[in-house]
Design a protein around this ligand. Sequence first.
Ligand code: AMP
Length: 217
Amino acid sequence: MITKKNVVLLGPPGAGKGTLSEVLLKEEKLAHVSTGDIFRSEIGKGTELGKLAKSYMDSGKLVPDEVVADMVAAKLLSAECADGFLLDGFPRTIRQAELLEKALDQAGKKLDAVVLFDAPEELLIQRLTARLTCRKCGASFNKIFAKPKVEGVCDHCGGELYQRSDDSLETAKNRLAVYREQTFPLIEYYTGKSLLKKIDSSLPKAEGYAALRAILS
Ligand code: AMP
């Protein structure tokens, strides 16, 4: 049983936030709030929000703070988040963290933990550029480290696997640079609030997952 249920997953793209969330969500009744997944779904539906997000995502830039924060604030108020939530990919700037605090206050909630996923940059680039994503359920695979059972097909739902356009080498490098400049300062921010816990995300999946559960227990 985990006791920490209002959780932020912090870390660079490719660090395994989505992968370990997937495993945890099979065992725990938590809402998975992945801002990247929400944007990809909006893009798929062709909404105005999707069009706006795409113009930033294609080059690896961040969608404006207020847009993302409003979207997350609405989620936090929804019944889906009543028993706890994993924020995956949010906040990504100090401003977003401040807006999150406000939204949590308004929803009468507080954070229990911020889990930092840490890995060397070469490994992140290797993982991102070999990543395959399911078009249907969003699950992640990897051409090198975690191949699907059948090439091009999702093990979980049979959906088609594709390479995200922002997982190209050039955009992956931009996204890591954006992480260093804009997201890295959150480590100090949440250390100051005594919320930060660290996971070595170069560990194999099972060990990483055990470490995550230990932190949340
Ligand atoms: P992700 O799936 O978390 O790697 O996010 C993919 C892209 O969506 C990012 O590179 C950003 O362009 C956008 N995005 C996701 N979350 C945020 C956020 N919290 N703030 C700004 N942009 C975001």
